[in-house]
Design a binder for this molecule. Structure first.
Ligand SMILES: Nc1ncnc2c1ncn2[C@@H]1O[C@H](COP(=O)(O)OP(=O)(O)OP(=O)(O)O)[C@@H](O)[C@H]1O
Ligand code: NI
Length: 295
């Protein structure tokens, strides 16, 4: 399944103001490929994921488009269409912190079986769970009896119960130890290799490098670069790479702006060592990067 996002913008009305969580974001995810969306906490990644699934709260306004296979716009599709025909069937979400997403009072099996029933799937919960590395007995546990890794596997099985062609994985490895991170990434890669499109949201560049075909770097609601991380061009993308423990391990000085008070120019300008006067205007996204000084 192919996803084509164009000019996606999400704002929230809050008392006394507006939060601009996603601004004019455009990207594509092709079948059989994985795009990793990375950026600091609070830059708008999960809001973008929820916009693709029609899961935004009532105080949100969305514009732009997110077209699946050239025919279904996830932004303008009516809520009943999203609920009955899209979520779980065409687009699957692996939620951020799956443990808290599961209902505490019901076993993993009951929740997986409910997902299968809602999808009208004849697939058996135990065999689906086994595919994701769970033993049948694991399914009879309640969420608090599951380790982080097991809860993750249950969430993966639920997200894939309806065999969606597009998978949105929001921090699927947070809280997992390194071997489990690598296993989860390898599982996502094989889902991709079977022809699915995967949008992977993560803080973990090292894990993402294992499976991503391309990276989209998000800063303060905008995607500022799309490409490989081998030779990042945007100063923020370079800073993000240099902040990694296995690289220079130097954090980017300063903090991101508040999304209620975004600067009128490039949002990274106040933290950017390469800034020039032109940066007081928002740079256009051109040829893979949105920066006045990027080479
Ligand atoms: N319902 C809402 N009303 C108002 N603001 C919201 C709402 N939901 C999210 N936000 C704001 O949108 C911004 C982006 O949040 P989001 O959860 O997308 O960040 P993120 O990039 O996923 O961060 P993290 O890496 O920590 O998960 C935050 O400033 C958040 O407070
Ligand atoms: Ni998030």
């Amino acid at each position: 399944m192919k996803l084509d996002v164009q000019g996606l913008t999400v704002t929230f009305r809050i008392p006394g103001g507006v939060v601009r969580a996603v601004s004019e974001v455009s990207f594509q995810v092709r079948p059989g490929s994985c795009l990793a969306l990375v950026g600091e906490s609070g830059c708008g990644k999960s809001v973008l994921a929820h916009a693709l699934l029609g899961l935004l709260p009532g105080n949100a306004s969305v514009s732009g488009s997110a077209v699946l296979d050239g025919e279904l716009d996830l932004v303008s599709a009516p809520p009943p269409v999203m609920a009955r025909r899209v979520r779980g069937r065409r687009v699957g979400l692996i939620p951020q912190s799956p443990a808290t997403h599961l209902t505490p009072v019901r076993t993993a099996r009951a929740q997986l079986e409910e997902a299968l029933r809602e999808l009208g799937s004849t697939c058996d919960a135990s065999s689906l769970a086994e595919r994701f590395g769970l033993r049948p007995g694991d399914l009879d546990r309640y969420p608090h009896e599951l380790s982080g890794g097991m809860a993750q596997r249950v969430a993966n099985a639920i997200a894939l119960a309806g065999d969606p062609g597009l998978l949105v994985a929001d921090e699927p490895t947070s809280g997992l130890d390194r071997p489990l991170v690598e296993r989860t990434m390898d599982e996502l890669r094989s889902l991709c290799d079977e022809g699915r499109a995967v949008l992977l949201i993560t803080h973990d560049l090292r894990a993402a490098e294992r499976i991503a075909d391309e990276f989209a770097i998000m800063y303060a609601s905008r995607v500022v670069e799309i490409g490989s991380l081998e030779a990042p061009r945007h100063p923020y993308a370079r800073g993000l790479v240099d902040a990694q423990p296995d690289r220079a391990f130097v954090p980017i000085p300063g903090t991101p702006p508040e999304l209620t008070r975004l600067p009128s120019g490039c949002a990274f300008e106040p933290r950017c060592a390469s800034a020039v006067p032109a940066c007081s205007a928002v740079p256009a996204f051109d040829n893979g990067v949105a920066c006045h000084v990027a080479s």
